[in-house]
Design a protein around this ligand. Sequence first.
Ligand code: DON
Length: 563
Amino acid sequence: MFKILSSLSLALLFVFSCNVPTKSKTYQNGVVITAHYLASDVGNQILKDGGNAFDAAIAVQFALAVAYPRAGNVAGGGFAVIRTAKGDYNSLDFRETAPKAAFEQMYLDENGEVNPDLSQKGHLAVGVPGTVDGMVKLHQKYGKIDWKALLAPAIKMARNGVALSWLEANKLNDYREQIKNQNRGKDTNPYVRENLFIEGDTLHNIALARVLLRIKENGRNGFYEGETANLILTEMEKNGGIITAEDLQDYQSIWRKPLIGEYREHKIISMPPPSSGGVALLQLLSGAEQYKMNELAFGSYEHIHLMVELERRVYADRATWLGDPDCCKVPTSDLIDNEYLKDRFSDISMTAKTNSQDVKAGCVEVIESFETTHFSIADSEGNAIAVTTTLNGNYGSKVVVEGGGFFLNNEMDDFSSKPGFPNQFGLVGGEANAIEPGKRMLSSMTPTIVEKNGNLFMVLGSPGGSTIITSVFQNIVNAIDFKMQPQEAVDAPRFHSQWLPDEVYVEKALLSKEVFEKLNLLGHQIKKQSKIGMMANISTTTNGTYIGVPDTLRHADSKAAGY
Ligand code: DON
């Protein structure tokens, strides 16, 4: 079966390859890839000014909060995976936490039914923000140049204004009513104005410039205490939110040991819980390694079927076992154990799909749009950092902090509001991801670094909710098994499945009539999708230079900036 290389698959591959634009460039010293060209330029300048990859990451995070407010943030959270030039690995968890007054049934109505509006919009949806503390800790441990210099570009952008791209103008217009609804009686400038936005309109954000200035002058205290904290607390008190001064003061980002695994002689370094990303990625790769992937034709029904069957089992494990390791026992090492995974994937058939209702979580001892954002950076010394950062939904809870000019996240929706009830990404969960005060909500963010023979091979990651894991998985398989060039591996069409719902999402470019029919015959429910994920991929050449591959096919504002 694996040796079948159908003429159609070959033809597809050929047609696809011919359409692949050759956009990627090579850089000698360093490169920054983000979802917004202005933020990429900021990061690149920091590198040129003598900053390292970690300095550039901090400047990019704050620049994105200004230039890319739908996902860039000061009041969200995220994860960073690090590989230093010396070959040390680390990961930083600056994920939001549930406020102390949060409780398991806080999104249930009087009949015990989940009210998703409460976990997705407005003040109750907000988790205690982690970004600013995360950036401070990153700087304390790895920063090379002055903190103030890292805030300066974002402050300048907020003050002088940012010209809206076509994409950003339209996104703000799409969300105009939702933003108005969550901010009644408040000044929603610059995000909503009297007229719809058009490309080239300039957003000035003086309030956000002041917040950033306080962070520049006072570090962590510029956000979690004093004027900025007061603005957040007033916002909460006036609107039924539950975040308190103590919640803000007590927030701590955490250094965690990254998850490290092997895939066909490559080292995979990824994010441990409370992200499900690293565990799920290592499980998927271990499953893929049990097959001769390189004998499958890319985009053939066999390729899609096999990967979907792996994903079905891995997402079932995610729903049952994964949560915040500081609040519940998460059997991480058991879940990525090779013996367990051999057994876990042993019932995969190449002639029929498995029904998701027949797949339960494996037995060990003890699953959009671009609403998140990922950036990848590597510098001239050989340091690399992969950062995925989010407000969760586009513009998070849609709440703009009055006087602060920034959006608050709606990360609370990543908890399981009720066992088995799907969140906005259709992901279900159970006890391990139930709401508890101070607990971190489970994530799918998968910032990842790959090494080959001890050398940096790739720095990658993506937004896309539950599809993040599968997008990163496919990029790695495309590069290693299908031997695609970096640009081709990023451009290649993607597909996704997550156990529940029992469906397979496939980018249209991949779905010929024949592949569609064959997958249907195997029993798969296929849903066409225009785009899945948005990769920011740095790859290396054998002579040590960097290839910067932004996903401009799926997001035109993405940019690699390097020198
Ligand atoms: O942490 C998570 O898994 C989600 N909050 C990520 C949200 C996301 O990627 C939205 N973007 N498409």
